[in-house]
Write a protein that binds this ligand. Structure first.
Ligand SMILES: *Cc1c(COP(=O)(O)O)cnc(C)c1O
Length: 491
């Protein structure tokens, strides 16, 4: 715990204050005593405004972000978020709109929702879209609930199994389990795709559907996608598309035309809205006409008189989120799509794929590729450096990258690859950045052989050294506890 930043409570000094309230312009009156706070007032830290600003600004500067460094976190599509999107999201008509305002007073906001539903539907080849879910995982949850509702509506009661490939993102089996359905794993093929023979033995009249991402989590296009969809559909199941990897195929392939029935879009990945660090995101969902009656609502449609109105689909699984989803994210995504247009969106994917392959080709002689194939928007390499000591692991390589000023790629995912390093550069990076990242990775490989202690000690330039992740998970200190912090610091 070197470089310790005092907690705001430790900076507090009695009598200081940072508020400057305007002079009272109404007569003073007594509040009922039962509404008055009886205790706890003295628990607030006392500081001046500049002290508070400096404290929080200093803490914010300890973050790595796409505004400060290259952030090739595989599967997460951390791209640069255009400031134009931010400006539009701050327009008073959007930022200050109240979600309880009547539709007649919110026509502009409803029109934006309506148009975004249409754009997303068009881009992915789906007839209907709901913007309710707040994250990819939330969209998955909506999708599997919709699958279940669809089957039950047809009096098809035995469909309680969801097929999930072994390469899947953890949210897929977690979602299926949360809806109460049973997860059935489908094996992968040596070429990186789904093992069709295994799939054929797993589909049955109990199959509610299959969850699949294309490109998959190895960054590879699933070439057998038409057969996969055909096998699942022939068994009466539905295809759920995990759209988190959509950045690879914008304007090139439409999941709806590949055979998917339902898909989530991560607006905070592909459509350039910020990843909220667990905060606001958007996992909009699109689907075929057959599933549209089950979509979460409210959605927006154009009424006969030319105005926009809210409606909830006839057999809707219900609400996923209060009001209209994370509206600020929707404004950013709308702006992003309108700024780029059809050609621009296609170019996003072309450059994202080109960048990923450039990095892959220039690193794979040192960091072997998990499956040797041309990749899509990301590649999965292995942190098994030829000639390095056995105890140099992917974790050490990732930590050393921090010393070189890069956010590490995703590591140890997908689970099916030993020592995985999943690199997703995205289209917003230029050649100069990619070259310096490649040079850092090659330098780290040399260090791994010649001075491995540098890797074990990393990071040395960050504000905290390597953390004891096991202890942080087992004995977390989740709220301010002066004694616990002092104890840890003394160790
Ligand atoms: C990010 C991701 C998800 C989950 O999306 P969240 O918005 O983080 O909930 C699902 N699948 C894949 C492949 C992802 O990369």
């Amino acid at each position: 715990m070197d470089n310790y930043e005092p907690h705001i409570y430790e900076l507090s000094q009695p009598g200081k204050h940072g508020t400057n309230l305007p002079r009272l312009d109404v007569p003073e009156s007594e509040l009922p005593t039962d509404l008055l706070r009886q205790d706890g007032m003295n628990d607030f830290p006392e500081l001046t405004e500049p002290e508070v600003i400096r404290h929080y600004t200093r803490i914010s500067q300890r973050n790595a972000s796409p505004d400060t460094c290259f952030y090739p976190l595989g599967s997460c599509t951390v791209k640069y978020n255009s400031r134009l999107n931010e400006e539009v999201a701050r327009y008073a008509g959007f930022a200050a709109a109240h979600p309880l305002q009547d539709a007649v007073d919110s026509q502009g906001a409803l029109r934006l929702i309506y148009e975004l539903q249409g754009y997303l539907g068009e881009i992915a080849g789906f007839s209907d879209v709901s913007l309710q879910p707040a994250a990819g995982a939330h969209g998955e949850f909506a999708g599997i609930l919709a699958f279940r509702a669809y089957h039950l509506d047809r009096n098809d009661h035995d469909r309680i199994e969801v097929l999930v490939p072994t390469a899947a993102h953890g949210t897929n089996p977690a979602t299926a389990a949360m809806t109460g359905l049973k997860v059935i794993e489908v094996k992968g093929h040596a070429c990186g795709g789904v093992d069709l023979d295994d799939l054929r033995t797993k589909v049955s009249p109990r199959t509610a559907g299959m969850m699949l991402t294309n490109p998959n989590t190895l960054g590879l296009f699933e070439n057998q996608i038409l057969e996969v969809c055909q096998i699942v559909h022939a068994a009466g199941g539905l295809m759920y598309g995990d759209g988190a990897n959509f950045n690879a195929i914008l304007g090139i392939a439409k999941p709806g035309e590949l055979g998917f029935d339902f898909m989530h879009y991560n607006l905070h990945k592909t459509f350039s809205t910020p990843h909220g660090g667990g905060g606001p995101g958007s996992g909009a969902v699109g689907c075929t006409e057959a599933l549209a009656p089950f979509l979460p609502g409210p959605r927006v449609r154009l009424a006969a008189d030319g105005t926009y109105e809210l409606f909830t689909p006839a057999k809707s699984i219900g609400r996923m989120k209060s009001f209209h989803g994370n509206f600020g994210m929707l404004v950013r995504a709308w702006t992003y799509i309108r700024t780029l247009g059809e050609e621009g969106l296609r170019e996003v994917s072309e450059i994202a794929v080109l960048n990923a392959n450039y990095v892959r080709v220039r690193l794979k002689d040192i960091y072997p590729q998990a499956v040797e194939r041309i990749c899509m928007h990301e590649s999965v390499l292995k942190g098994q450096i030829v000639g390095a000591p056995k105890d140099i692991r992917t974790l050490d390589i990732a930590k050393r990258l921090i010393d070189y000023g890069f956010h590490p790629p995703t590591i140890y995912f997908p689970l099916i690859v030993a020592e995985a390093l999943m690199i997703e550069p995205t289209e917003t990076e230029g050649k100069r950045t990619l070259d310096s990242f490649i040079e850092a990775m090659r330098q780290i490989a040399r260090e791994a052989v010649e001075t491995p202690e540098l890797l074990h000690a990393a990071p040395t330039t960050a504000s905290v050294r390597r953390l004891d992740e096991v202890r942080a998970a087992r004995q977390p200190i989740l709220r301010y506890d002066r004694e616990a912090i002092a104890r840890v610091r003394a160790e």
